[in-house]
Design a binder for this molecule. Structure first.
Ligand code: ZN
Ligand code: ZN
Length: 558
């Protein structure tokens, strides 16, 4: 039996008080998340660059990240090959080529022999560029696993906004994932930022307006001289040396680089290989934050901006990492990052965003520089390997084109041909591996289709990288592992490269700063695949569906 409580006038104000308290407690139960997450990928940044040029870094760029953030000082790439598309995919999926499928910037579909560019998508059209130009026909379709950005989208029922921006198509597209609102990349023919019908039918008005400013041209008209007097660059070798590549029209690869003149021949493509490429990318990122109102979503709904700074990679490839050009681009990047962080402070609020800085891979010394200084090293001339192998296979088996290509330090076989002619696969592989094992600079050769990892006479950490990097449908059957300081290239070629397992290609910076991050530093070994699950923990969302990494709990103050 219940007694009916009389509902008198006294209880009404009490009900209102209770309701208000309930509403307030519901507001507190709102999931706590930053308003904006910003990923800064610095293409080809070696871990040591946080320190190598630090004597002239300001207080608000790299040093602010290290001071106010958490630095994972031993972050390694745990797969091969250490290339751009693979790095961007692995950071954002928490996974490796074996699972996420991006096994190179270019790879080969083993079943058909079709060559594939990582973000190539023939079913979409360019936006902001002629519909059928291949620069625009790009999407993340070849990426087989979800990204942390995809998971944020799913967790908020697609209310989060996700945008990717990079001069390189792959640097913007792969991090932003499959559910992105947009990815933008730079078309050097027009000097415009473009996208594809995967994301949209037309460029937003703000992008068209931004393009109309013709900033690439304006930057290049300023020429590229050093930020400080050139004789004060003590962390690089003399500017005039034989390890740097010239532009057509340059007598020497030395400062000042007259970009205002060079652009007449080279075109706007030139901006990629100057610090202005990074500046332009951050200009575009700021414009996206402002016009897309990133960081102004509903409470508990974080937006995500993926920025990749590509010019450090282009400059490294051309001038090598001992160059004044590298020292200068990092001094300038330090200033650009400081300005960008200040912009985030003002627009989104100092305590409202989380930023992380990392790299897709690092880079090697130029082999000629290394041997000139009495170190060991050299160039694996893989094009010559292929020519000589073609000859040998022709003479032994009576047929040409048994090898489709030597790509990503892998030999790709022509299965159609071998099958239809009923050639002896084992005998072919034996010829190839025996030839490769004899070559100078080759440490190991592995037949990935028959290898029993337990039987490989290869140190366990390298073995793990080989296995993680091998995608059965997209990687070549025979894997070449170079000796330290040997890389693929023509003899004496200037500049640098990357792609192998060694620390010089695979030790990257990783610094988190801002909302939810406890300042500090750790020397514990962590891996590139740990970045996405760390973000997943920070944001209280599921880790990506191919994730094999573990959250770095020290970053989260645990
Ligand atoms: Zn790269
Ligand atoms: Zn590169």
């Amino acid at each position: 039996m219940f007694k009916k409580i009389p509902f008198n006038g006294f209880l009404y104000p009490l009900a209102i008080v209770l309701f208000t308290l309930l509403a307030a407690s519901m507001a507190c139960a709102q999931v706590q998340r930053p308003k904006l997450v910003v990923g800064l990928m610095v293409d080809q940044m070696r871990y040591e660059y946080l320190y190598r040029f630090a004597d002239r870094y300001g207080e608000d760029g790299f040093k602010r990240l290290l001071r106010d953030g958490f630095s994972c000082e031993n972050t390694l790439i745990n797969y091969i090959p250490s290339f751009t598309a693979v790095g961007h995919s692995s950071v954002y999926t928490g996974s490796v080529p074996s699972i996420h499928g991006i096994s190179g910037n270019n790879f080969m579909l083993q079943s058909s022999g079709q060559s594939m560019y990582c973000t190539q998508d023939d079913d979409v059209e360019g936006v902001g560029i002629g519909a059928n130009e291949k620069e625009g026909k790009q999407s993340p379709r070849n990426l087989l696993a979800s990204t942390i950005t995809d998971e944020v989208k799913l967790a908020t029922n697609f209310r989060s906004k996700v945008i990717g921006i990079s001069i390189k198509d792959r640097g913007g597209i792969l991090p932003a994932g499959h559910f992105a609102d947009a990815a933008y990349w730079f078309d050097s023919k027009s000097g415009n930022w473009i996208s594809s019908t995967f994301y949209m039918q037309n460029l937003p008005q703000w992008v068209t307006k931004f393009n109309a400013q013709k900033l690439a041209e304006k930057y290049l008209k300023q020429d590229w001289n050093t930020l400080y007097p050139i004789d004060t660059y003590v962390n690089s070798i003399a500017d005039d040396n034989r390890y740097e590549g010239k532009w057509p029209g340059e007598k020497t690869a030395t400062f000042p680089h007259r970009t205002s003149e060079l652009m007449k021949d080279v075109g706007l493509e030139l901006i990629k290989t100057t610090p202005y490429g990074n500046a332009l990318t951050l200009d575009m990122a700021k414009e996206a934050i402002k016009n897309e109102k990133l960081g102004q979503n509903q409470p508990g709904v974080p937006d995500f901006l993926c920025v990749s700074l590509s010019s450090t990679d282009y400059v490294g490839h051309r001038y090598s990492l001992t160059a004044v050009e590298i020292e200068d681009i990092y001094l300038r990047l330090d200033k650009d990052i400081a300005t960008f962080l200040r912009y985030l402070d003002e627009r989104v609020g100092k305590d409202n965003y989380t930023v992380f800085l990392t790299a897709d891979h690092a880079a090697s010394y130029n082999p000629l520089f290394y041997t000139d200084n009495k170190g060991n090293g050299g160039y694996l001339f893989t094009r010559q390997f292929k020519r000589e192998l073609d000859k040998e296979l022709q003479s032994k088996f009576g047929h040409s084109k048994i090898i489709r290509s030597v790509l990503n330090y892998q030999v790709h076989l022509n299965y159609d041909k071998i099958d239809s002619l009923q050639l002896d696969m084992d005998a072919i592989k034996k010829v190839i591996t025996q030839y490769l094992k004899k070559q100078e600079g080759v440490a190991y050769v592995i037949d990935m289709e028959t290898a029993n990892p337990g039987d490989m006479f290869i140190p366990a950490p390298i073995r793990e990288k080989i296995i993680n990097g091998y995608n059965r449908k997209r990687s070549g059957a025979i894997q070449i592992i170079a000796e330290p300081q040997w890389y693929n290239g023509t003899p004496r070629s200037p500049g640098t490269s990357h792609g192998v397992w060694s620390a010089y290609d695979s030790h990257i910076p990783l610094v988190f700063m801002g909302w939810g991050v406890k300042p500090g530093l750790s020397n514990k070994e962590v891996h590139i695949v740990d970045i996405a699950p760390t973000l997943a923990s920070l944001l209280h969302v599921m880790e990506p569906n191919g994730n094999i990494g573990k959250p770095i709990i020290e970053v989260l103050g645990q």
